[in-house]
Ligand binder design. Structure first.
Ligand SMILES: [Zn+2]
Length: 318
């Protein structure tokens, strides 16, 4: 019996696959953006979202009591590309037909000890990649001749991908001799988090913004992050220097390699070894409290930068 429960738990942990900042993270970014828009800009964004094919079905399906409908639709628009994935939507074609694009662009990196550089040279990234999709979505959103429906869908992709590409693990893929195609952006690298739970690295980084989806938490986080002077100072240089989508992803790549993976030296257990029983639960490496606290700091910086950059783009639209 116990064994069955443990297996079920394991399955739960393993099936939580890569989805980028969780819904909470995306909504926190969108809430910061919403606060930065003027009333007139908010009205434009809200009118546009009414043209979205899933305005009723998804964007305004569960507006929390007491929360402004337009604002909630905007926050949900930022999560929508994750909500149309077949595993979430229950497989309905009407919903999942919009699940078209990648949410990450994992540039390859190797551990210093790895010597086969051909693995990097021959690494293949499928097109269109997430940078292209974000760039095209900007273009469609700005294009007043495009259909309102396409522009509304593009607004969702802009809000979502800009967030995703600021999640460090969305910019890097660990390449080894054994796994030359990369390793699912950390989705199979098992560690123990600060609560003693086994998580994969990707999920750990996705969940850093928190797991409380209540509007009150989202609004409080948005207010705190956007009002944090020190945080603003810490991100100013990147904000001023890096003005292209490619450079935002390179920031993520450098953070993922340099910090998240500690230059390739961060210990983890591979999911396949855990599943095969080659690594016992007690042998799975623990993330240190210092690592966890620094990771939280990095996540806050990335959320702020994503929001500031989205604001710049949206202000060119309306
Ligand atoms: Zn995503």
């Amino acid at each position: 019996m116990l064994r069955t429960v443990f297996s079920a738990l394991l399955l739960l942990v393993f099936t939580h696959s890569a989805e980028a900042w969780n819904g909470v993270g995306h909504r926190i970014i969108a809430e910061m953006v919403w606060r930065g828009l003027t009333k007139a800009e908010r009205r434009e964004a809200s009118e546009l979202l009414k043209q979205h094919p899933h305005y009723k079905l998804i964007l305004t399906a569960d507006v929390p009591r007491g929360v402004d409908k337009d604002e909630w639709a905007f926050l949900t628009a930022a999560v929508w590309p994750d909500m149309v994935r077949p595993k979430r939507s229950g497989g309905s074609d009407e919903i999942s037909k919009y699940d078209l694009y990648p949410h990450a662009i994992g540039y390859p990196f190797m551990r210093p000890a790895e010597t086969n550089h051909a693995l990097i040279e021959h690494f293949f990234i499928k097109r269109p990649d997430a940078e292209m999709v974000l760039s095209n979505s900007f273009t469609t959103l700005r294009n007043r001749d495009a259909s309102p429906r396409d522009r509304a869908v593009s607004l969702c992709w802009v809000l979502h991908l800009c967030g995703d590409l600021h999640q460090p693990l969305h910019g890097a893929n660990l390449v080894t001799e054994k796994r030359p195609r990369g390793d699912d952006l950390g989705g199979h690298h098992m560690v123990i988090d600060g609560h003693g739970r086994m998580v994969n690295m990707h999920s750990f980084w996705d969940s850093l913004p928190g797991v409380d989806g209540a509007y009150g938490y989202i609004a409080a986080q948005a207010k705190q992050i956007s009002g944090d002077r020190k945080l603003k100072d810490a991100t100013r240089k990147e904000f001023e220097q890096d003005k292209t989508i490619a450079s935002w992803v390179q920031e993520s790549f450098r953070l993922a390699v340099g910090f998240s993976y500690s230059g390739g030296n961060l210990p983890f257990a591979h999911e396949s070894d855990v599943k095969a029983g080659k690594v016992a639960h007690e042998q799975i490496p623990k993330l240190s409290p210092i690592y966890i606290s620094e990771a939280h700091g990095i996540a806050r910086r990335r959320l702020l930068l994503a929001a500031e950059r989205e604001l710049v783009v949206l202000k060119q639209v309306w």
